[in-house]
Design a protein around this ligand. Structure first.
Ligand SMILES: C[S@@+](CC[C@H](N)C(=O)[O-])C[C@H]1O[C@@H](n2cnc3c(N)ncnc32)[C@H](O)[C@@H]1O
Length: 303
């Protein structure tokens, strides 16, 4: 099992996702002889999982069932053990697109945190690119190294345990893109610039507060970055509701011309007579609580 490839059958040592529902999933490590408890009963790895196809419906000991899913960076983001705040797929998708990441890209990141963004970057730059990720908290750096090894992506990533603001990314002139998710990104802009290729590249910094954004933009300008833009994703969900809407009274001539017949026409005439009708519609909630942070993007140009 590797986060950058797909295979059909579950094997000993794999990381897999136990899916009980969209709001209820958790990761497991498949181990011969081991078992996992769920609210639907026990799953025995040797008999219920190993050798079965990913995506299979597995019946637990109490008769309920779960799906066993192949792990993707998106599923990992929803299920990983949190050591820090993390980035979610809404922001990650914009970061990937605006940093112009693709297979073969070389990327520098700091901090690694819980590795949520790192897994997505690694999947995008594989099989020929590389991620250099810097984390100054020793246990977090060690845990990230262990997870990358377990997820069989360690050949695509180098983890450095150091302060990016003092010592940079440990590489010079090779990065196509740099991503910063640290409290004082403006202190790392100079190091980001020297890590990037001389012909240029893209940078992104994530900050929850506008004061951090202002300082980062000033530092980007001082270091000669161009196309400085700050974006914010506000995720807006829509609920499906049945709503009562006013119907325009277009007069008798419009009713008679209507192409509807039978029951539908009777319903339409009745709606017009009563001035309103019921419709199924997508309704946004009154408040949008989606603010995660600001994403500041900029370009290092050749000149
Ligand atoms: C919010 S977390 C990053 C989360 C990560 N983007 C993810 O998606 O999992 C910020 C991390 O940056 C690390 N950090 C903060 N300042 C740093 C610095 N100057 N050098 C290296 N790492 C730093 C912290 O220890 C923390 O683990």
């Amino acid at each position: 099992m590797s986060f950058v490839e797909y295979k059909e059958f579950i094997e000993d040592g794999d990381t897999a996702i136990v899916f009980l529902g969209h709001d209820s999933m958790f990761p497991i490590t498949i181990q011969n002889g081991s078992q996992t408890q769920t609210k639907y009963g026990v799953i025995r790895h040797s008999t219920d999982l190993i050798g079965k196809k990913y995506g299979s419906k597995v019946i637990c000991s109490k008769g309920g069932w779960v799906y066993i899913l192949y792990p993707t960076p998106e599923l990992w983001t929803l299920n990983l053990p949190h050591r820090t705040q993390i980035l979610y797929s809404t922001d990650i998708s914009l970061i990937t697109m605006m940093l112009e990441l693709k297979p073969g890209s070389v990327v520098c990141e700091s901090g690694t945190g819980s590795g949520s963004l790192s897994h997505a970057i690694i999947r995008t730059v594989a099989p020929t690119g590389h991620l250099y990720t810097v984390e100054f908290h020793q246990q977090r750096a060690e845990k990230a190294i262990e997870e990358f090894r377990q997820h069989k992506v360690d050949h695509l990533v180098t983890v450095k345990n150091q302060d990016v603001c003092k010592h940079g990314f440990g590489v010079t002139g090779i990065a196509d893109a740099v991503f910063l998710d640290i409290p004082s990104p403006w202190e790392a802009i100079g190091h980001a610039k020297s890590a990037m290729k001389s012909e240029g590249g893209r940078i992104c910094s994530f900050s929850p507060c506008i004061e951090q954004v202002q300082r980062t933009c000033l530092a980007l300008e001082e270091h000669g970055f161009t196309e400085i833009n700050t974006l914010e994703i506000l995720l807006r969900v829509y609920d499906v509701r049945t709503i009562n809407l006013q119907v325009a009274d277009l007069g008798r001539a419009a009713e008679e011309k209507s192409s509807l017949d039978g029951t539908d026409r009777t319903k339409q005439i009745s709606a017009v007579q009563h001035g309103s009708a019921l419709f199924k519609s997508g309704v946004p909630p009154r408040e949008t609580v989606g603010h995660t942070g600001y994403l500041t993007f900029a370009t290092k140009s050749l000149f």
